[in-house]
Design a protein around this ligand. Structure first.
Ligand code: NAD
Length: 356
């Protein structure tokens, strides 16, 4: 029996997670796997119910599970709370830290049916298939923060901290992934300005002789943002620190047509966590407008990465491709001549496709 913790969270989380769970159940039935799902509270929803965005019970549920499926957390309702009780800082970051999830894998793949939905010219994105490895438990998001009153206002401080072992483990993972793909790795930093980036670059470079089949290059993050828009297909595997990865993957998402298409896997600890890269999208929450495909594709990543079920993962991905091929689109990837459907219907279509 495989135990899966399900954390829908806030905003569109409650709409996009159920279709992904249904897809997992369908694949389970089809291939004779016994998945057990237990739902837990996280984010603003958990704060409202228990007074904390990451209740101990949720953390224990994750630790006792084989994998975690997360929707998204956050929203304007909880923005007024003290920082440590806000869904992102109080739940998401500590959950990643507590589970030891130091690497976030974000595949950026353009489905052929959606090449025209990208804001870039079709020829620039068509066939794009890259992997961004984002460091997830260090850097600016986890360094010491301060807000001190001074004459005329405040002095506000965020600290960017990395240790050699933190860089080492994520860089090695990226080298290994690059070895399994085309053998091309780009490490992204800001070594011309930041001390942490200079050490990042030196250390990543020092590992290169151990991976002779990988062609390593380095790029400054500002240039990288430009290159992703100018010629995205020059990249295969990219590795970068936490905040750079956060920003660059939102940019890269748009190459695929929509942020609603990008899944992710956070790995490194005993239990891996799977979630779409987008947030809780409060602007469209509760309106049956959200694209559930990023979450459904995150479920496929779970099957592949945690459960080593390649055939089952491919079954979900093929179902998504088939539904797109039939012309169904949620609003975010809608194009002229296609059939627009809501979140629920898109989920049903994928399910029908899996069940044949
Ligand atoms: P967002 O990703 O929630 O939304 C950005 C834009 O993309 C919005 O216009 C939204 O409608 C659209 N969008 C996002 N997901 C979509 C989907 N599946 N289908 C169609 N459209 C989609 O980012 P934001 O607006 O900056 O943040 C909203 C809240 O989410 C904030 O509270 C933020 O802190 C939180 N957040 C959470 C996570 C997470 O839980 N992992 C990640 C990012 C942001």
């Amino acid at each position: 029996m495989a135990k899966i913790a399900v954390l829908p969270g806030d905003g569109i989380g409650a709409e996009i997670v159920p279709p992904a769970v249904e897809a997992l159940k369908a694949v389970g039935r089809k291939y004779g796997h016994n998945f057990e799902f237990t739902t837990g509270l996280i984010g603003g929803a958990a704060y409202d119910e228990t007074g904390h965005p990451l209740p101990e019970e949720t953390l224990n549920l994750c630790r006792e599970s084989d994998a975690v499926l997360l929707g998204a957390v956050g929203g304007p309702r909880w923005e007024h709370l003290p920082v440590h009780l806000r869904p992102e800082v109080g739940a998401l970051l500590p959950l990643r830290k507590q589970l030891g999830l130091y690497a976030n894998l974000r595949p950026v793949r353009v489905f052929p049916q959606l090449a025209g939905a990208s804001s870039l010219k079709t020829e620039l994105v068509s066939g794009l298939d890259m992997l961004i490895v984002r460091e997830l438990t260090g850097g600016l998001y986890f360094g010491e923060k301060k807000k001190e009153p001074i004459a005329g206002g405040y002095r506000v401080i965020d600290t960017l901290v990395y240790t050699t072992p933190e860089i080492d483990r994520v860089a090695r993972l990226a080298f290994e992934l690059a070895q399994k793909r085309s053998g091309k790795l780009t490490s992204v930093d800001k070594a011309n300005v930041l001390e942490s980036s200079r050490h990042w670059r030196e250390h990543v470079q020092s590992l290169a002789p151990e991976y002779p089949r990988v062609e390593l290059s380095h790029m400054y993050v500002d240039n990288c943002a430009m290159q992703l828009v100018r010629e995205p297909k020059q990249f295969d595997v990219m590795v970068t620190e936490n905040m750079f990865g956060d920003i660059l993957t939102d940019l890269a998402a748009q190459l695929t047509g929509s942020i609603g298409m990008l899944p992710s896997a956070s790995i490194g600890g005993e239990v891996a966590l799977y979630e779409p890269i987008h947030g809780s999208a409060p602007d469209i929450a509760g309106k049956d407008l959200a694209n559930p495909l990023a979450t459904i594709l995150s479920a496929a990543m779970m099957l592949r990465v945690t459960f080593n079920m390649e055939r089952e993962a491919a079954e979900i991905e093929q179902a998504v491709t088939a539904v797109l091929e039939k012309g169904y689109r949620t609003g975010d990837i809608m194009q002229p001549g296609m059939k627009q459907v809501g979140t629920g219907r898109m989920g049903e279509l994928v399910l029908e496709q899996i069940l044949g």
